[in-house]
Write a protein that binds this ligand. Structure first.
Ligand code: GLC
Length: 506
């Protein structure tokens, strides 16, 4: 029987249909938007909060997040599933699948996991033989471990369903990715290689090019350098774009003093090179469970208590008037340790300064700081360890932060010190030159003390210059306010990366 609809029924049906139609339209609009997003895959050997040994992990923990906040980018990150990753993250990562990765004659298990966090999808490459070890690096087979990682990444797109438009690789551990794409995979995508530190290049004996790195002989023209395999050289030659972590370091890399033998390769690839300054994320003294008293640029009064607590904890004489100088660093030559060992006694003898050192590194520097602590009891604290919580207490409690690096691709500690109102004293190199301006500068408002040459006399003069300003209470308070309000967030640099991605695809 034919159903006769009342007028009201017909209207309601039309309304329902319209509603369904609108939903479909909206969904397809969403779909259209999703599709238009540029897909970026970051590849790194360390990423915070999962596993890190230094600045690289810090940057890979914060830059992708800042980029993912943009409408036009779909940003994902892939890293090894290290045994060092905490159980909390290991157990919340979702198993996707496993597949086999061929590396020369090897046929290797590869598990794939994923975890969503702060708008970013993180993928993890699992192979317990390669990655379930104590620590991240320093094994006899690091070359093979990261060759496996790079191949596993190149093979993962089918399983993740994420075919990147751009793969953004970082440092030597990921350098084989652009090489593999050029010599083996030929995917229709672009590659970026970012140099965080040119000192570590991934150098191996030429004889293992096929057997370990699974490269055909013709790849030699990319990866061979001065009789060795040099993975970083391979990436510089094959990536579409090469970046480094500050504009000044990008210029310095043309100079043999800084390029650790790769200057010719950098020159040859000059048109690909660009420098973008890193940012920092977090580090807010208003919201830091590791420090005793919160404080801010508007109300820095809590810093005095943090200083007192630091002096107590470090075994220094508690004295609000004594300026506390902090060094938080790997204790290695390129961080300027020789300048410090040459200058420190002079500084201690001619001022009321107190010194706190946190870090590990070469034995001779560790011994030196322990010796200095013995000589200047109550004035020097030598803490030969890595400890995040302790580092935050030092950033918060100190007045001055010393970073006299011989070279510094970017450096994050000077920016973190600023966030905690601790005024940096730096040498004018790399990212230090791009982030810190001397208080005497006429072009820009100063946010620290800067010296030019790698000389302990210049460094000493600069420390004394800082100490005399420290005596001028009002001016010092003003300087602390300036450093605390300096914008070192990722906002600007993330925009520069986004523009670069756009240019690469256009
Ligand atoms: C390396 C560099 C450091 C930089 C960091 C992040 O650790 O030595 O200067 O800040 O990478 O890019």
């Amino acid at each position: 029987m034919k159903k006769i609809f009342s007028h009201a029924e017909q209207v309601s049906e039309i309304e329902q249909l319209a509603a369904v139609y609108n939903e479909i339209l909206a969904a397809s609009d969403e779909y259209g938007k999703e599709k238009k997003k540029t897909r970026i895959l970051f590849v790194g050997s360390e990423v915070l909060p999962f596993a890190a040994t230094g600045g690289l992990g810090e940057v890979l923990g914060s830059l992708p997040k800042a980029l993912a906040a943009r409408e036009d980018l779909d940003v994902r990150v892939i890293m090894p599933f290290y045994g060092d990753i905490s159980e909390e993250y290991r157990s919340s990562a979702r198993y996707i699948t496993n597949y086999n990765v061929g590396l020369a004659w090897r046929n290797l298990y590869c598990g794939l996991f994923e975890l969503k966090k702060d708008g970013v999808i993180y993928y993890f490459i699992d192979n317990e033989y390669y990655f379930k070890r104590d620590g991240l690096y320093g094994f006899y087979d690091d070359g093979e471990r990261y060759a496996f990682f790079c191949k596993a990444v190149m093979d993962s797109f089918y399983f993740t369903g994420f075919m990147p438009d751009i793969i953004h690789t970082n440092d030597w551990q990921t350098a084989l990715i652009p090489v593999y794409n050029t010599c083996k995979y030929h995917y229709d995508l672009k590659t970026i290689f970012t140099i965080h530190n040119i000192e570590y290049q991934g150098m191996y004996d030429l004889s293992i090019m096929g057997d370990v790195f699974d490269l055909p002989p013709e790849a030699g023209s990319y990866v061979e350098y001065r009789g060795c395999i040099n993975l970083m050289k391979g990436a510089i030659e094959t990536a579409n774009v090469v970046t480094t972590v500050s504009p000044t370091y990008a210029k310095e890399l043309f100079d043999p003093m800084f390029a650790h033998g790769l200057e010719e390769i950098i020159r040859r690839n000059e048109t690909k090179m660009t420098g973008i300054l890193n940012g920092v994320d977090g580090y807010d003294p208003m919201d830091d469970p590791d420090i005793d008293a919160p404080f801010s640029a508007e109300d820095p009064s809590g810093k005095a208590l943090d200083k007192q607590k630091l002096q107590e904890l470090a075994g220094l004489t508690v004295n609000p008037k004594a300026p506390v100088l902090a060094i938080i660093s790997r204790l290695v030559p390129h961080k300027g340790m020789d300048l410090i060992t040459q200058a420190m006694e002079n500084v201690l003898q001619h001022s009321n300064i107190q010194l706190v050192v946190l870090g590990k590194g070469e034995r001779r520097y560790e011994d030196y700081f322990n010796w200095l602590q013995n000589q200047y009891q109550g004035r020097v604290a030598s803490m030969i360890t890595y400890n995040k919580g302790l580092s935050r207490k030092i950033y918060a409690g100190a007045d001055l932060f010393l970073m006299p690096s011989a070279s510094e691709p970017c450096g994050l500690s000077q920016m973190i010190a600023c966030r905690y109102g601790t005024v940096p004293i730096v040498r004018k190199t790399g990212g230090l030159a791009d982030s810190i301006t001397d208080v005497t500068s006429e072009e820009k408002k100063g946010n620290g003390f800067v010296f030019e040459n790698y000389s302990h006399e210049e460094m000493t003069d600069t420390i004394f210059r800082a100490l005399s300003l420290y005596e001028e209470t009002a001016q010092w308070a003003d300087l602390v306010h300036t450093v605390m309000t300096e914008d070192f967030s990722w906002g600007h640099s993330a925009g520069v990366y986004a523009e670069l991605y756009e240019r690469m695809l256009s």
